[in-house]
Design a protein around this ligand. Structure first.
Ligand SMILES: [Mg+2]
Length: 135
């Protein structure tokens, strides 16, 4: 991750896409602009998921079972969803670099915090699947 952040720093500088820091107003505007671009990229991941579900439904309507249809849809979107995730990472690393945040350190610290969180009443309840019903 450190390597990735260093690459992103050089890339942003080379493209002149780094956070503009002339004064407070330009910094604020640049951060907000990059935040908006990040949220746009997050929405593009949703768009890829929508494509996958539509593709799956088309295959199901053509007689394929849902598991095979979704497996095929996953392969269909894999490359493009990867690109959208990379776009998100580009904006996240740019903002992390601006704030001088070590993302790797921050990630592991946050995961430890989540693991030991006191509020454990939010648990994931999964629906029963056919295999659970077989004795
Ligand atoms: Mg994109």
């Amino acid at each position: 991750m450190k390597e990735l952040q260093a690459y992103a720093r050089e890339f942003q500088k080379e493209m002149n896409w780094d956070i503009q820091t002339v004064n407070y107003e330009t910094t604020k505007s640049s951060l907000m602009n990059n935040y908006m671009l990040l949220t746009t990229e997050v929405a593009e991941i949703a768009e890829e998921l929508r494509k996958a579900f539509n593709f799956t439904n088309t295959q199901i309507n053509n007689g394929m079972n849902s598991e095979d249809a979704f497996r095929l849809a996953k392969e269909e979107i894999k490359q493009d969803v990867g690109k959208e995730m990379a776009d998100c990472l580009a904006y996240i690393t740019k903002m992390a670099n601006y704030f001088e945040i070590d993302l790797e350190e921050s990630f592991y610290a946050k995961m430890e915090e989540v693991k030991h969180r006191k509020n454990k009443d939010i648990k994931v309840i999964r629906p029963k699947v056919d295999s659970d019903l077989i004795e």
